[in-house]
Design a protein around this ligand. Structure first.
Ligand SMILES: CC(C)(COP(=O)(O)OP(=O)(O)OC[C@H]1O[C@@H](n2cnc3c(N)ncnc32)[C@H](O)[C@@H]1OP(=O)(O)O)[C@@H](O)C(=O)NCCC(=O)NCCS
Length: 271
């Protein structure tokens, strides 16, 4: 089974690839061969969403009719194409782990919108997020996962958002930060919180003040507590991601001890 184009033709996410002016950090590997499913690991893939027309068409050909219908509802061509690419890349990644053609995958939509997939007994779980031309897809086996990415940008109303929506402990920690730390810490905190909400499958249907994560770039990322789950701090592992110099991200995985491996979606040779 081959995904869209062999590795040679795929647009490489080079270490030197620039996204809005910055270089990617080095720790994202570009594997020559697609990594195997590994229950003791969690794989996070990053992918650029603005691709050439040929590859876009190849990815579009793998989408289901309902995905193409959703794509046609986007107000701009750019948003439509990015949706096609992120669903196409997601299918490509999942298809390679599952050993099936990307177009044959039938996503199952959970109650609050979290996607799953029939995985032939492999218990594959995944989640995705995108922001300003970059997507993350996290894949795990036998454990729930959630991921979120945000573009680093000024957030003029960060203080007000924190005071209004965040948990009391987060509000206190945020107030203690100096002005320079606040914008990045806000976005980091936001991705930590969304990644948790996506791991448990609730999405933004759960109020953001019903659980607390660590706040501050110097703080190790942790779920501190959740009103609905007294064991949340032990049940979930939180890790920050640096998807590019212009983005922050976070991944939440069920349990502890899994090795998180980071990959750039791009050229590889097989299977
Ligand atoms: C999930 C949610 C937090 C995503 O946030 P976002 O910043 O807009 O978008 P992101 O790029 O980070 O994530 C989008 C992905 O999250 C996933 N997702 C959607 N709902 C999810 C949920 N409840 N749990 C986990 N993941 C979810 C989807 O795979 C989606 O990808 P898609 O656009 O290709 O379908 C937000 O859209 C949300 O909470 N929605 C509410 C869902 C809801 O309450 N639905 C009620 C009935 S459907």
């Amino acid at each position: 089974m081959r995904g869209p184009r062999s590795g040679r033709d795929l647009p490489a996410l080079q270490r030197t690839t620039r996204i809005q002016g910055g270089n990617f950090v080095e720790e994202w590997a570009r594997p020559d061969t697609h990594p195997d499913a590994e229950p003791t690991e969690v794989h996070v893939w990053r992918a650029l969403l603005d691709l050439d027309a040929g590859l876009l068409a190849e990815l579009a050909a793998t989408l289901a009719p309902d995905e193409l219908a959703r794509a046609s509802g986007f107000v701009t061509g750019s948003l439509r194409d990015r949706f096609i690419v992120r669903r196409g890349v997601q299918r490509n990644i999942l298809g390679r782990y599952l050993g099936v053609a990307p177009g044959s995958i039938q996503p199952i939509v959970g109650l609050q919108g979290k996607l799953g997939v029939e995985s032939g007994g492999s218990d594959l779980r995944f989640n995705s997020s995108n922001a300003s031309g970059l997507a993350l897809v996290v894949v795990a086996w036998g454990r729930e996962v959630g991921v979120d990415i945000e573009e680093l940008r000024p957030v003029p109303d960060a203080d007000a958002l924190v005071e209004r929506f965040f948990a009391p402990g987060e509000v206190r920690a945020f107030r203690a930060l100096n002005g320079d730390e606040r914008a990045r810490s806000f976005l980091e905190c936001w991705t930590r919180k969304e990644a948790y909400l996506k791991a448990i499958g609730a999405g933004l249907s759960m109020p953001l003040n019903r659980f607390e994560v660590s706040v501050g770039t110097g703080e190790s990322p942790r779920i501190l507590h959740a009103d609905d789950d007294p064991d949340a701090a032990d049940r979930w592992t939180l890790r920050d991601l640096e998807p590019s110099p212009d983005h922050v991200g976070a991944v939440v995985l069920e349990g502890s001890g899994a090795r998180v491996r980071l990959f750039s979606w791009g050229p590889w040779t097989g299977p």
